[in-house]
Ligand binder design. Sequence first.
Ligand code: ATP
Ligand code: MG
Length: 421
Amino acid sequence: MSFKVPRGTQDILPGQTEKWQKVEEIIRHLCHVYRYQEIRTPIFESTELFQRGVGDTTDIVQKEMYTFEDRGGRSITLRPEGTASVVRSYVEHKMFGQPDQPVKLSYMGPMFRYERQQAGRYRQFVQFGVEAIGSKDPAIDAEVIALAMNVYAAAGLKDIKLVINSLGDHEVRTKHREALVKHFEPHIHEFCPDCQSRLKKNPLRILDCKMDREHPLMATAPALTDYLNEGSASYFDQVKNYLDILGISYEVDPNLVRGLDYYNHTTFEIMSTAEGLGAITTLCGGGRYNGLVEEIGGPESPGIGFAMSIERLLLALEAEGKELNTENQLDVFIVTMDADSKRKAVELASSFRAKGISTEIDYSNRKMKAQMKAADRQGAKWVIVLGEQELAENVASVKNMESGNQEKIPFHDLVNYLQTH
Ligand code: ATP
Ligand code: MG
């Protein structure tokens, strides 16, 4: 019997984890400076939360959820995304009552979707996302977009493109919806079965179809931007104006949609334009959802957020040939000769580590030469050799692996020596 990771999942091994930690560090720092406080919600929720919060007509709910019955007979779903849970928590903990609105939250953790595995598409992946709930100031839309863009910039990505659109308000959506039905209905039999059912339930999602992307009626479909009323157009203009102030360039794509009724106004995607990324180029998706909190049982609280996966960020870095600046330096390797020097090494390692000096010792009773090789493989900055003579004299010979210099340093001076050289 041999075991493998489940399809669509991956082990992240040492060598890779340093990159993850670096990205996580960038994200934590930016959330701190932008003031998005971290929220941690459960990995699973009641299935109904996602049916409502993500929407019954979406691919996620219709095809991609890991849903099961628990031993108490409840329908449970592994979270496929973060917004529904964050909004549930916002409502459950009455955060709408807090004096400072919007409430600005961030999350990072694994999400689960039963998808066909391909590059950039996993069944378990890690999303970082933020939600700003309780304001419909266009400046917050721009802030949320800026934060996402800055994550990519701080990670060193250059080939990044922001695409934005406005879905308008409810009135706009209703008129546009009628126009879409009129446009697609006569030819709907040429579309995939999903689109055929979308026509009546949620025609906007036809524009998001991956199967029928090339159908000529897609390019000529009525654009939402042509239906924007004065209020919606002015909101969109203000968002664009703030992006200009922030020096963030963007493209407007009238076909960029999010297909849920409570998504409205600003919607955006951040894509990688790097060659060699493959079919999947969207790194981040986000938008405004002014009706979602009410859908989940709270008072009217307009919100906006985004989500991005760390996996796709790392793939984009690879496609650009960029390395993250990760540090995992081994400071000291202590070479031991016998039981006595081993005891001293254990004691010294502990005192070094207490001062933040990363230290390794031998646990395989290897010969001195093999230990020196191990120190070299692990990139140790210093090697300390403890032999019989050193122990007798209460000193250690300390070798700087870069310069090759070697000195004898009294035990009680070692920490100070390592910290100042
Ligand atoms: P796609 O069109 O690629 O399926 P989506 O519309 O399902 O994306 P969202 O639900 O908006 O994506 O998720 C936001 C972000 O989460 C995506 O832009 C992407 O970075 C990431 N993401 C979504 N699904 C996956 C996945 N299966 N594996 C890795 N990352 C993913
Ligand atoms: Mg998807």
